[in-house]
Every structure is written in structure tokens, then in C-alpha cells.
Write a protein that binds this ligand. Structure first.
Ligand code: KIV
Ligand code: ZN
Length: 538
């Protein structure tokens, strides 16, 4: 039987970025979009352009720069989300129209609960709105996706009606969301089969599935949707997203690959890029991946128990259903050393998928040499950490220039920090704390004075060995009520920001991570922006 092609619609930059703490800067979003294109996703949902001018600008940049590849590769579809509101749809079009293959995605809820309490609309009114707004979207863009929000809890007969109207008005993809992650695989599969069987005109459209993970069933439901005939899956990297998240891209891809005989599906995904994109997203969002997470967790390919290790030594297939290199997780191989030159570094970075300008390469080479002086062999994972730390940081209003700590059992942990500020002046402060990290963060706080709460601090070694690079991710919450640009409610004030830092000295890595989160917070408050200049323009 011939394989069926399943399209991957990645919504890391929209549904993923929407989740608390996952806020990314425009530059980070662009880099994630580039990585998603290299990974081979078919559709990139780049954002929700009506949310703010910065969101619109980020989508526009992705559409222009990632949606028009110059290396001969196939352009991914660039999609913008819109509520069924004229302004949203026009903004979405403004965001995506420069892409070679633009798409508008509009949605309206169809469950009784949502229609009655949230929308306060009757079924007739919902039908009218869908007709009106899908027609508007289609008048602007040939590729239109419609989603009946909360489809998982909607009356199937009403869904058939709404979807049929959306098709008549020109929708080309019908996406079925289990918005609150409520359904079971059997129910969700049956819902998709019912829609395919009972919706007039659906044979000319792509049926898509979009599952949330509130009961931990998102991947199972997505696979059930595919088995029932869905040919597009909406997913995020590491499964980030609203509440418990969305379906994880890596889980669906590897299930389709590893159980090919069961699903008979092919995809456009280059699986060897998975680990890399997973790390990039974790670093930018500050949302670290749990060690036992399928496919991309630190322990996903680790065999600890004696019986397992014994089995693995006798034959890999005893305990391994897929090879780590298939998902690019074999990064501990030593690839470079002290004597490797700039050309070798450039070559290795190209092999890893990074096309770097000369200036970026020069900065990376400097960091690489400094690391090679401290560490015997340098691995791909080390190189990735250096790239994230050196090149893909938010705009640095404050930059670490010097750090000295005194700690141990003999006295009070003390840190002295020197930062360069937006005016390029050095500022120095010393603080004591409960430990060296606490003392250093207090010194940073005393200089920057951006009230915040530390929500999460995670540290781990990139590779094994005492000379390993330490990677730190932090998440902070803004405490400065009323300051976040575009905040419309108290909830918005409590935005959280992630930061990433890497260094062989873990206190330095910690301060860098903290500064990278604080710089994002400062970008959101806009207090150091010159008039009229947005973060997207920086
Ligand atoms: O979960 C959901 O219903 C959504 C829609 C906008 C597709 O994210
Ligand atoms: Zn969603």
C-alpha cells in the first residue's frame, strides 16, 4: 500500500509561545522559524498578528525571510492566526502576504459551553459569522484554514454543518481542535471519521487535527486522528502550549517512523534535526524539557538498570526501539579540539545546519578557542550551547562584563557583578546571599532594578566530565504592575520571561541566563527603547 503523506503544521510560535513563560523575542522567533524550515515542517504558524504590532512584525519577518527560501528548497507555508473578526483577518493577511505560500487560519468556537458562555451567540449566529469571515479570508488569500474551536466537545451534527459552510466559502483545510484535551483516542478517531463521512465537500479539503494534552492523551489522539483519515497534524516542539501543552511534534514523527507498518504514513521531517530544534526552543523559552520526556528528554536514550545495560551490550534491539542518531541525539562524539581552525568550525557548523555570516563566525570562533583551552574535546552539543549563548541572545540592554564570587563554608557568600548598561557605562555592585547564585542575582537586581520573581532555575551539564559546559535556563515573572507594553489586564502584567546562559563556570552561566531573561523583560516594558523603535526593529 502506498504511503499517505501527513503534513506537519507547527504552532510552536503561536500556541506554544502563547503559554506562560514561553515568550520569545522577534529575533528568537525568526531563528526558531528557520530551524523549523530546516526540520522540514510543511506549515509554520508564525503567530497571531492582531495581538500586537510586535507580533505582526514578527510574522511579517518570518513570512519574508523564511517563507521565501533562496537555496532552492521548498518554501514552507507561513500561516497567521485570526479570530473571526475583520481586523484580525486583515492583520493576519498583512503578516503573511509576503510569503511565497501564505495561509490565513481563522477559528470560532462551536461547543454549547463556548457559544453560550463565552461568545453569547446562537448556532445561527455562529454559522453566519463563519460564512462571513471565511469568505473575507478567502477573498484575500487562496489558502484558508478554519477551526471550530472546542470541536472535541461540540455536537457532531452541528460541526458537519459549520464545516460544510466553511468549505462552501472557500476553506481549504479544516482543522479539528480538541481545545481542552478532553477526548479519548477512540472518541477523537470517531469524531474525525464522522466528519469525513458526513461533511459535504470535505473530500476536496485537508482534514487536520489539533490536540491539547490536559489528560496526557494529545499524541494518542493525534495518531487516532491520522488513522481516521486526517492528513495534517498541528504540533509544537517539546509539546509546549496552553496549559498542559499541545501534541509534541517529535512524538508523532517518531511514532509514524518507528511504527511505519502500522500507520503507512510518510512525512517531510528530517528526524536528525529534532534534538537540535528541541534544545533551541527550550533555551529560548526557558522551558526546560523533563529528563524522561519521550524522544528529546535527557534520559530518552539512557540505559541505567543493570539488566538493561546487559541486554544492550548483547544486542541494541533488546531495549532500543530507535537509534539516538535518528533524532540527532548522538551529540557527545568529540568533533573538534584545541587545534581545530576557523575553517573546520565553519564546516562543522554548516554540517549542523547553521549558515553563519563572517561576523557571527568570528564571535563563535573566539568562544570556541576559549572553551578549547579549558576543555579537552569539543562536541556538537558544546557547539550548540555556544551558539545559543553567544549568537541568539535577546537585545542586551545590560551585558555581563565581570563577576567575582566568594563562597564556601567559611563565611557569607558574596558576589561582585559588573554590568555594562544601555548607555555603555559600567556599573558595579556587591551583594551577599544564601549562596553564590543568590548573591550574584541580588547584585544584578540592585543594578537593574526590574522587580521580578524567580519562578524556575534549572542547571545541567551539556556533556559528561568535570570540564563540561553548564547550561542554565531561568524563568522570571515581572512584578512591575502596569509596565508591560500592550498589557490589557492584570493577567498580562504577570508575563513570564525565559533566559538561557552557558559557560564552563556555572555561576557565570547562571548570571548570563538571568540577564537574558531580564533583558526580555526590559524589552517588554520598553523603558530603554528610544522613541518609536520596537524590539522587532533592533
Ligand atoms: O486549541 C485550539 O482550539 C486552538 C485553535 C485556535 C485552533 O488553538
Ligand atoms: Zn490550541
Amino acid at each position: 500500500m502506498a504511503d499517505m503523506y501527513v503534513r506537519f503544521f507547527d504552532t510552536t510560535l503561536r500556541d506554544g509561545e502563547q503559554s506562560p513563560g514561553a515568550t520569545m523575542t522577534s529575533a528568537e522567533k525568526l531563528e526558531v522559524a528557520r530551524s523549523l524550515a530546516r526540520l522540514g515542517v510543511d506549515v509554520i504558524e508564525a503567530g497571531f498578528p492582531a495581538a500586537s504590532p510586535d507580533d505582526l512584525e514578527a510574522v511579517r519577518r518570518i513570512a519574508t525571510e523564511v517563507g521565501n527560501p533562496t537555496d532552492g528548497s521548498r518554501a514552507p507555508i507561513i500561516c497567521g492566526l485570526a479570530r473571526t473578526i475583520t481586523n484580525d483577518i486583515e492583520k493576519a493577511w498583512e503578516g503573511v502576504k509576503s510569503a511565497a505560500r501564505p495561509r490565513i487560519h481563522t477559528f470560532l468556537a462551536t461547543s454549547e459551553i463556548h457559544m453560550q458562555y463565552k461568545l453569547k451567540m446562537t448556532r445561527e449566529q455562529v454559522l453566519d459569522k463563519v460564512r462571513e469571515m471565511v469568505c473575507l479570508a478567502r477573498s484575500l488569500c487562496e489558502d484558508v484554514e478554519f477551526s471550530p474551536e472546542d470541536a472535541g466537545r461540540s455536537d457532531p451534527d452541528f460541526l458537519y454543518l459549520v464545516l460544510a459552510e466553511a468549505i462552501k466559502c472557500g476553506a481549504t483545510t479544516l482543522n479539528i481542535p480538541d481545545t481542552v484535551g478532553y477526548t479519548t483516542p477512540e472518541e477523537f478517531g470517531a469524531l474525525i471519521s464522522g466528519i469525513i463521512k458526513n461533511t459535504p465537500g470535505i473530500e476536496n479539503c485537508i482534514v487536520s487535527v489539533h490536540c491539547h494534552n490536559d489528560l496526557g492523551l494529545a499524541t494518542a489522539n493525534t495518531l487516532a486522528g491520522i488513522q481516521a483519515g486526517a492528513r495534517q497534524v498541528e504540533v509544537t516542539i517539546n509539546g509546549i502550549g496552553e496549559r498542559a501543552g499541545n501534541t509534541a511534534l517529535e512524538e508523532v514523527v517518531m511514532a509514524l517512523y518507528t511504527r511505519h507498518a502500522t500507520f503507512n504514513c510518510s512525512t517531510g521531517i528530517d528526524t536528525t534535526q529534532i534534538t537540535r530544534v528541541s534544545k533551541l526552543v527550550a533555551n529560548y523559552t526557558g522551558m526546560s524539557v523533563q529528563a524522561n520526556k519521550a524522544i528529546v528528554g535527557a534520559n530518552a536514550f539512557a540505559h541505567e538498570a543493570g539488566i538493561h545495560q546487559d541486554g544492550m551490550l548483547k544486542h541494541q534491539l533488546t531495549y532500543e526501539i530507535m537509534r539516538p542518531e535518528l533524532v540527532g541525539a548522538n551529540q557527545t562524539r568529540l568533533v573538534m579540539g584545541k587545534h581545530s581552525g576557523r575553517h573546520a568550525l565553519k564546516q562543522r557548523m554548516l554540517e549542523l545546519g547553521y549558515r553563519m555570516g563572517e561576523e557571527d563566525l568570528a564571535r563563535l570562533f573566539e568562544r570556541f578557542k576559549a572553551l578549547a583551552d579549558k576543555k579537552k574535546g569539543i562536541t556538537d552539543a558544546d557547539l550548540e550551547a555556544l551558539v545559543s549563548d553567544e549568537l541568539y541572545q535577546p537585545k542586551e540592554y545590560f551585558k555581563l562584563d565581570g563577576l567575582q564570587v566568594a563562597c564556601g563554608t567559611m563565611g557569607m557568600p558574596t558576589a561582585t557583578v559588573r554590568l555594562f548598561g544601555p548607555d555603555n557605562q559600567a556599573r558595579v555592585c556587591a551583594s551577599v546571599g544564601t549562596g553564590p547564585v543568590d548573591a550574584a542575582f541580588k547584585a544584578v537586581d540592585a543594578i537593574i532594578q526590574a522587580p521580578n520573581g524567580l519562578l524556575e532555575f534549572v542547571i545541567h551539564a551539556v556533556t559528561e566530565g568535570i570540564d563540561a559546559i553548564g547550561e542554565v535556563t531561568v524563568r522570571i515573572e515581572s512584578n512591575a504592575a502596569g509596565q508591560v507594553i500592550g498589557a490589557q489586564s492584570e493577567m498580562d502584567q504577570l508575563r513570564t520571561f525565559g533566559g538561557y546562559g552557558a559557560d564552563t563556570d556555572i555561576i557565570v552561566a547562571s548570571v548570563k541566563a538571568y540577564l537574558s531573561a531580564l533583558n526580555k523583560l526590559l524589552a517588554a516594558t520598553g523603558q530603554y527603547e528610544t522613541a518609536g523603535q520596537t524590539e522587532a526593529e533592533v
